[in-house]
Design a protein around this ligand. Sequence first.
Ligand code: SAM
Ligand code: SF4
Length: 397
Amino acid sequence: MDLSHHMRPGTLQLAALPPLSLYVHLPWCLRKCPYCDFNSHEVRGEAADALPQQRYLDALMADLEASLPLVWGRSVHSVFIGGGTPSLFSPEAIDHLLSGLRARLPLVADCEITLEANPGTFEKDRFKAFRAAGVTRLSVGVQSFNDAHLRSLGRVHDRAQALAAVEEAALAFDTFNLDLMYALPGQTLDQLDEDVRTALALAPPHLSIYHLTIEPNTVFAKYPPAVPEDDAAYAMLDRLTERTAQAGLQRYEVSAYARPGHRCWHNLNYWQFGDYLGLGAGAHSKLSFAHRVVRQVRWREPAGYMTQALAGQPVAQAHEVARADLPFEYLLNALRLRDGFALQDFSARTGLPVSAIESGLAQAERQGLIERSLTQVRPTERGFDFLSDLQALFLPG
Ligand SMILES: C[S@@+](CC[C@H](N)C(=O)[O-])C[C@H]1O[C@@H](n2cnc3c(N)ncnc32)[C@H](O)[C@@H]1O
Ligand code: SF4
């Protein structure tokens, strides 16, 4: 769809466009994990020669060039290279990718550039080279330090590799993130505690801790493992919150914990309903214009995506977010943040007056789910615990 279509008049009034981030999806993994519903595909054959790195990079550049008119004149504040397993790409390929992005779009001077890495040995040996290529922040997918749990999750790495990878990340990067999951098959509270103690002993500046969810169309959905009951999972979350706080990490979003100064700017931009251009197979974009907000999804299968992107047609679907859906979409994100949001930001990001959410806010306040001042709205402890109930108050009628 051409630019004039997005620029035509509409009922929303966005006074200014939000900050822009770039997401780049690299869709391959050594092995597909049984719980994973991300757009990731097993590499067939030996990783090094089986990955069509050059063709994929060419497709990403063609994708970006086709997309440039939609973000013309805007600077990029963060880049997130996610997957899949981006660390399967060589440091040279990541270097080319970043140069290609910089040649086509202005990146701000302190642009945060994150790369997701798995803790395998050959990947760990590349961390310094990723840093040299311009990556500023590594996100290491540890999941657990317990060998039995790593096996039940179908992970390729073990505890020793996870420890070595995090130590190397700490040496190579000024800031990094460690991903953990909890409520794992057969996990006890003590085992979770042990995982968290091990993680915290490595002094990560940022932790992301996700409740393992059984996603449809995964191996775990077909053969469900025995996971802890809800009460046990809540007890685990309480323990996580307590331990991370003792270690000086603040829970600033439902699943994200950071030392001061180490929040993930890229993810914050998502939660604050900023804009992002998603390049690569299956990547999602959210882009604002003066009178509308547009979402896009790119072709999902890597082979099909490359063909389409190289032909200048990377986008499989695009739609304008309906005016009636914007309040819910905004609050679905912003209420995940411990500090909530400024009312003025709601208007700036959605182009709607604050009156569009007044009745939902009043009801949430009556139910003790939010607290607010004249300018700010923030979920209460209870609102944070019952987040989906709180968010549901803003569903379109
Ligand atoms: C898309 S993965 C990419 C990172 C890397 N490939 C890895 O798996 O280590 C990002 C993170 O999502 C989380 N994740 C993936 N599937 C999940 C699930 N079913 N439930 C909860 N968290 C999940 C994991 O913590 C993972 O590190
Ligand atoms: S390594 Fe990460 S992205 Fe790949 S299948 Fe496993 S969880 Fe999904």
